[in-house]
Design a binder for this molecule. Structure first.
Ligand code: ZN
Length: 436
């Protein structure tokens, strides 16, 4: 059978092969049922013209840019690096300038989402109002923010009035004429390969981070009807660039080989409109025999609704975390909240609460009470977040009174957490140290 399959592929023009292909309804490139093609080391399979990706058409049919004739014959193996990963730089457009820009994008010291975003921009894939109208998912192409012009990629990222001010602070005035007049593709190319910046940071990273941030703020405005622009957008952009670059530096200099997880910047995320978010935390001081929990409830704007803190006396860290979840849920229920996201930074507590537990677990009584609370008539989701996205709750756990076991209910935020309460909704994150 394997021999027959081999013949069907490599002698496809012989009479017997044509008869068999016709009889079994195979196209020019589909193997008969039951015969599978193993790509193996990729030396024989053609990257663009063979159907080698499971459940996918030939890649040349789904390519987003023209493929040169010489590339059409490239093998799968020519797109693989020595370390066995995909060589994205080769995978992009191949002609000189394009290739340079492509490489610059994939080498950006920025989170993956920023690189992917730039890739979408270069391919005109951003779902601006103009693009949505072209695809018949919207009836108006005008910009929602200024109402002044058609919202295409260049307008949303560069030319819209509010956005223009940001660029004028980031780009040296002597470059304004060419910066503000280039066409989309040239604009991205020149910013990825030249230096236009006022500040002493790598320009391509500032540029890409600014584009990505501007798009995020635009989406906040369009989809959440919220002015997404922070009070000082330039500061926010530069802060993001510095954080990402420090994270990249730490990774390169950790000296422990590649980390198993690098999370980059972590931040608190707004719950959806109409939902509230309850961040809870437990703290346990070994040797002090003192555990506590705390939590905060905030609305979709990040505004403080209520908080709590409780001294738990003597118990272990997991118990403190679970008590945090329980008390956060009780407080939200008591306040009549109907759509609640509860976040804990304890993976273990999250696992127990989400149902992945054994019945003999020592903390089962608390978990059982939490399950009863979750089963009430309300929409409630339990999420695990990293510590850096849970800082207000972390603070409140340490705010519990030392001399009393009474629950402290807070209708107003303590003065000391105001800076943290302001930072969370602003979208400014904290660098997560790489975990080696
Ligand atoms: Zn506009």
């Amino acid at each position: 059978m394997a021999k027959l399959g081999w013949g069907l592929i490599h002698h496809r023009d012989t009479l017997w092969a044509r008869v068999l292909r016709h009889k079994y309804g195979c196209g020019d490139d589909i193997l008969p049922k039951g015969i599978r093609w193993r790509v193996s080391n990729g030396a024989r399979a053609k990257f663009w013209t063979d159907r080698w990706v499971p459940n996918c058409n030939r890649l040349c049919e789904v390519a987003v840019a023209p493929i040169s004739n010489s590339d059409l014959n490239a093998s799968v193996s020519s797109f693989i690096t020595y370390s066995g990963g995909w060589d994205w730089a080769i995978g992009g457009p191949q002609s000189g300038d394009n290739n340079r820009c492509w490489k610059a994008i994939w080498n950006l010291r920025a989170p993956q989402r920023v690189r992917s975003f730039m890739w979408l921009c270069t391919h005109g894939r951003l779902l601006t109002n103009a693009e949505r109208m072209k695809r018949q998912i919207s009836e108006q192409a005008d910009c929602d923010q200024c109402g002044d012009a058609v919202e295409d990629t260049l307008h949303v990222l560069r030319d819209c009035l509010k956005v223009k001010e940001i660029w004028m602070r980031l780009v040296k005035p002597c470059f304004w004429p060419e910066f503000f007049h280039a066409e989309l593709r040239d604009w991205i190319d020149m910013n990825m390969t030249r230096k236009f910046g006022v500040f002493e940071l790598e320009w391509k990273e500032v540029f890409a981070t600014a584009c990505w941030s501007i798009w995020r703020w635009r989406n906040e405005q369009v989809f959440n009807q919220r002015d997404g622009l922070p009070s000082d957008p330039v500061f926010t952009i530069l802060h993001r660039v510095r954080m990402a670059s420090e994270a990249a530096f730490d990774v390169l200099n950790s000296g422990k080989g590649p980390p198993c997880r690098v999370d980059g910047i972590v931040k608190w995320k707004h719950p959806e409109t109409d939902w509230v978010k309850v961040n809870v935390d437990g703290a346990c001081k070994i040797g002090y025999d003192r555990a506590a929990c705390g939590g905060v409830i905030r609305d979709s704007e990040g505004r403080f609704i209520a908080g709590f803190a409780k001294n738990l006396g003597s118990c272990d860290a997991l118990a403190a975390e679970l008590w945090g979840v329980r008390m956060g849920l009780e407080l939200a229920l008591e306040m009549g909240l109907k759509k609640v996201v509860i976040e804990t930074d304890s993976a273990c507590a999250h696992q127990l609460v989400s149902g992945q537990h054994d019945r003999l677990h020592p903390h089962m009584p608390t978990v059982f009470m939490i399950h009863q609370l979750l089963a009430r008539q309300w929409d409630v989701r339990v999420h695990h977040v990293l510590r850096e996205a849970n800082r207000v709750a972390d603070f409140l756990a340490s705010y519990a009174p030392r001399d009393s076991l009474k629950l402290l209910r807070l209708s107003f935020p303590p003065h000391a957490i105001l800076p943290l309460l302001n930072v969370d909704p602003s979208g400014i994150g904290v660098v997560r140290a790489p975990v080696a």
